[in-house]
Design a protein around this ligand. Structure first.
Ligand code: PLP
Length: 397
């Protein structure tokens, strides 16, 4: 079916929740994807920070094939080995002691919010249930997670929102300190606000927040849905700040493209989730967990994290040079392979110009170009992006 016909059918049959670009992707390999007409694109979006190993990675493909031959799904009424093994691998490589599996980032954050409230309830009784989140954050589109999301445009028209959420400025420790009350159960934030325009937390801020939460016995939740699984050059972003949360959420890169989410926690927090307190039919199913295990093994054994760090530095340097040459570029910021370029102009046209040159990039918050390629992206592919950006921005300056 040609792209135009597909586009018409999509408009007819799909709810219009997405503003899609005019290509249809049919296959991918490594950092490249191909459209229906066979055109090749270098993928600096990676399914919005999902395809950490790129497309059609042989280890991931094999793991999925093998698992599909044996068992796709069995329900959490029973034990399945891939789920336990993936939980063990995540525990072995993080601050956490226990894992709850689900299917998406929003669902992982729902679990984190429920876990924090239940912990507070068990320890202090009813009423201590408030969650403080950050303005400009993004935590998902379910009712609780869009309430947690500190952006009016995400919440508009969905009242009444979930009670018990309040918002403070990101990177402002004094405001967080003032906002914590006797009713606060948790503070929740992304170490790097990604959808919100790629804003990196200050190290001293996160350290201060950790200490504040410890003093007030308030749980610290890191949403690493986008920053986790090697995106910033370490398995989890928190490692680079020298600050450990009490609860962390993952999704996106965890299954390398197979939907899976996870909520990780310290033992004394996790223990308040007992049978009947939380559940998910598909959560941690064998197929998704086999994929997650394959992703984790490749990340840990394949030197990909080193590579991602080096490529992140290379990309950041190239983008910074671009900023020096083009006045429309206001700022470049990020960590590892999560980089943002803030423009003085609307970014959507730049996205389209890149598309025409065979490059997929993303724009968030109207003016911030976001680069989140597979972690296997090469220097030559980054050079192709930087050359194209230079040419495109030359015409705008
Ligand atoms: N949290 C963060 C930091 C995200 O970036 C996202 C999605 O972009 C989510 C949560 C929501 O994840 P999902 O779309 O899988 O529900």
């Amino acid at each position: 079916m040609p792209t135009e016909e597909l586009q018409q059918d999509a408009e007819r049959y799909l709810m219009a929740t997405y503003a899609r670009q005019p290509i249809s992707i049919v296959r991918g390999r490594g950092s490249r994807v191909y459209d229906m007409e066979g055109r090749e694109y270098i993928d600096f979006v990676a399914g919005i920070a999902v395809n950490v190993l790129g497309h059609a990675h042989p280890d991931l493909t094999l793991a999925i094939q093998k698992q599909a031959q044996h068992l796709l799904h069995a329900s959490n009424l029973y034990y399945t080995e891939p789920q336990v093994k993936l939980a063990q691998a995540l525990v072995d490589h993080s601050f956490a002691d226990k894992v709850f599996f689900c299917n998406s980032g929003a669902e992982a954050n729902e679990a984190a919010i429920k876990l924090a409230r239940r912990y507070s309830f068990e320890k202090y009784g009813p009423g201590r249930h408030d969650i403080i989140t950050m303005r400009n954050s993004f935590h998902g589109r379910t009712l609780a997670t869009l309430t947690a999301t500190g952006q009016e445009k995400v919440q508009k028209g969905f009242d009444p929102l979930v009670p018990g959420f309040s918002y403070v400025a990101f990177n402002d420790l004094a405001e967080a300190e003032k906002a914590i009350t006797a009713k606060t159960a948790a503070v929740m934030l992304e170490p790097i606000q990604a959808e919100g325009g790629v804003h990196v937390a200050d190290r001293t801020y996160l350290k201060g927040l950790r200490e504040l939460c410890r003093q007030r016995d308030v749980l610290l939740i890191f949403d690493e849905v986008q920053t986790g699984m090697g995106r910033t050059g370490t398995l989890f972003a928190y490692e680079q700040f020298g600050v450990e949360p009490d609860i962390m959420t993952l999704a996106k890169g965890l299954g390398g493209g197979v939907p899976i989410g996870a909520c990780l926690a310290r033992a004394q927090v996790a223990e308040v989730f007992t049978p009947g307190t939380h559940a998910s039919t598909f959560g941690g199913n064998p197929l998704a967990c086999a994929a997650g295990l394959a992703v984790l093994r490749v990340l840990l054994e394949g030197r990909i994290l080193d590579h991602a760090r080096r490529m992140g530095d290379y990309l950041a340097k190239g983008l910074a040079e671009c900023k020096d040459r083009h006045r429309v570029v206001k700022e470049v910021r990020g960590l590892g392979l999560l980089q943002g370029m803030e423009l003085a102009i609307d970014g959507q046209q730049i996205v389209m110009d890149c598309l025409a040159r065979g490059l997929l990039i993303n724009c968030t918050m109207e003016r911030i170009l976001r680069f989140i390629p597979p972690l296997i992206i090469t220097q030559r592919e980054i050079d192709r992006l930087l050359d194209a950006l230079s040419q495109i921005l030359n015409k705008r300056a």
